[in-house]
Design a protein around this ligand. Structure first.
Ligand SMILES: [Zn+2]
Length: 76
């Protein structure tokens, strides 16, 4: 028997939270901008993307491992 137990997430449908951003898309003009982290070549980025045409309004380096925070990162 295992002594380890892992609680199920409280949220039955865990999903990436997307934060609405006020403003218009520079590309298509839609008021449909969202900020959320994405993983791409070069690591994690926090992006603001138009949800209509997927134009990247802004893109900045996020944490090295995205949602994962290592103790060694915290004490740097
Ligand atoms: Zn757009």
């Amino acid at each position: 028997m295992s002594n380890f137990s892992f609680a199920r997430p409280d949220d039955p449908t865990p999903m990436q939270a997307r934060e609405p951003v006020y403003g218009n898309c520079k590309e298509c003009g839609a008021e449909h901008l969202m900020r959320y982290p994405v993983l791409s070549e070069g690591g994690w980025y926090m992006v603001v993307k138009c949800q209509d045409c997927l134009y990247s309004q802004s893109r900045e380096k996020w944490t090295r491992l995205g949602h994962v925070t290592l103790l060694t990162d915290a004490i740097e």
